[in-house]
Design a protein around this ligand. Structure first.
Ligand code: PLP
Length: 446
């Protein structure tokens, strides 16, 4: 009877549920999770898997934290919903907490996702410049390979041709520059990549550029780890040109990289705007956040003169989501998660770097619990490994009970970076299993 029930579920899935990103494949059955425990989940057939990518890089504290569920429950049976045209306690507490975690004076606008958090950042940045006497500043610079979300503005900042494929034309005013990427660099050094941004601002006209959006470490675009000085220099260039530095911490925030926020690896960087989602709630509830420095918020004050931000989100900053975020942050702090990720991340990376002796591995890089294994067809020419090869490694890992990912659908021929981003609360045994399985599988596939 259970089997019939399962079959019906699969049929209903195939007929009615439109999956993200997955190519339609009539023969493949979806993995339907029915139970979760820590870093592991069990599917409908009873197979157990370690989730080596934390869902979509968000399940940072793993499944089943009762305190987080309790926080949502307590909030839901009290003030179940309240709009942020007014106010509620969890949103107030969370906005103040984020300001202190960001080590500055920030005011936060809440939404529901990373894409929305970035859309909000773009709108705030343009309106800020307009109300600061610079209405001509409207352009945004982002880096090739970056992913900043799926909605039209965020997709316009995204610089991966395949993602944009059939959805153009993009919103106007979005420019792209190459990222620092020492393994395949266009530049002599990471600092040269920063100076290139200066060049772009100069020739576009600094009076037309509103902001730069970047992840401290490009994640979905292939786990690129620049030198620490890169972001420091970009921040200086932004200041010199009155260009807002918008740091997308959707993946890198809340401990993923071994610091509370990714930008904190670089000296002297205090972003003008920080966008957050995913790990903000460890994926237990949808929530996006756009934190802006107080001097930006100041420009939106002024009664009756239509200086306010004309944007509303019905569910943004939902009370239960904010309560969940507060509990999530409390756990991260109480359990010393960030320090643990920093320490263990280094040893996991060391072990994974053994793979660089193989012909099919060009480079292994990482920071905190974010690792990329770049597969190549030819080590001398660095020709990327075929999509089928990375696909085979992923499939074999799954056979052995480990879910791993690879860089997004960027451009043809470049789906060759395997990605590992396990829950930050993974146990020593979980990490052992992850490292051993990945190493064994890649060695076997070579
Ligand atoms: N920014 C980055 C760096 C991301 O990786 C993502 C999602 O993967 C987003 C933004 C968009 O977040 P969401 O899927 O919550 O809209």
């Amino acid at each position: 009877e259970v089997q019939t029930e399962n079959k019906t579920l699969v049929q209903k899935d195939k007929e009615h549920l439109w999956h993200s990103m997955s190519r339609f494949n009539a023969n493949a059955n979806p993995t339907i999770a029915t139970k979760g425990e820590g870093s592991w989940f069990t599917d409908m057939e009873g197979n157990k898997y370690l989730d080596g990518v934390s869902g979509l890089w968000c399940l940072n504290l793993g499944h089943g934290r009762k305190e987080i569920a309790q926080a949502a429950y307590d909030q839901m049976v009290n003030v179940s919903y309240f709009p942020l045209t007014q106010s509620h306690v969890p949103a107030i507490e969370l906005s103040a907490k984020l300001s202190s975690l960001l080590k500055g004076s920030y005011t936060t606008y809440f939404s529901n996702s990373g894409s929305e958090a970035n859309e909000v950042a773009f709108k705030i940045a343009r309106q800020y410049h307009a109300q600061n006497g610079n209405p001509g500043k409207y352009k945004f610079i982002s880096r090739y390979r970056a992913y900043h979300g799926s909605t039209i503005g965020a997709l316009s900042a995204t610089a991966q041709a395949n993602r944009k494929g059939k959805y153009g034309p993009s919103a106007s005013g979005f420019l792209h520059v190459p990222p620092p990427y020492s393994y395949r660099s266009t530049f002599e050094s990471d600092l040269a990549a920063a100076e290139y941004i200066k060049e772009v601002i100069t020739w576009e006209g600094a009076d037309t550029v509103a902001g730069i959006i970047l992840e401290p470490f490009i994640s979905g675009g292939g786990v690129l780890i620049p030198s620490k000085e890169y972001l420091t220099r970009v921040a200086e260039i932004c200041k010199e040109n009155d260009v807002l530095l918008i740091v997308d911490e959707v993946v890198s925030g809340f401990g993923r990289t071994g610091e509370m926020f990714g930008f904190m690896h670089s000296a002297g960087v205090q972003p003008d705007i920080v966008t957050m989602a995913k790990g903000l709630t460890s994926g237990y509830m949808p929530l996006g956040a756009t934190a802006v420095q107080s001097y930006i918020y100041e420009k939106f004050k002024g009664e009756g003169d239509k200086q306010h931000f004309r944007h509303v989100s019905t569910f943004g900053g939902h009370p239960a989501a904010c309560a969940v975020a507060l509990k999530n942050i409390e756990i991260i702090e109480n359990e010393g998660i960030v320090e643990r990720v920093s320490q263990l991340g280094r040893s996991v990376l060391n072990e994974l770097q053994d793979l660089e002796t193989l012909d099919c591995v060009g480079e292994v890089r990482g920071v905190g619990f974010l690792f990329g294994i770049e597969l190549v067809a030819d080590k001398q020419t660095k020709a990327p490994a075929a999509e089928e090869f990375s696909g085979k490694v992923i499939a074999k890992c799954k056979e052995k009970g480990l879910i791993i990912g690879r860089n997004g659908d960027t451009i043809p021929g470049y789906q060759n970076v395997l990605i590992l981003a396990p829950p930050l609360s993974s146990t020593d045994e979980d990490l052992r299993f992850l490292v051993d399985t990945v190493k064994t599988v890649i060695e076997e596939c070579e």
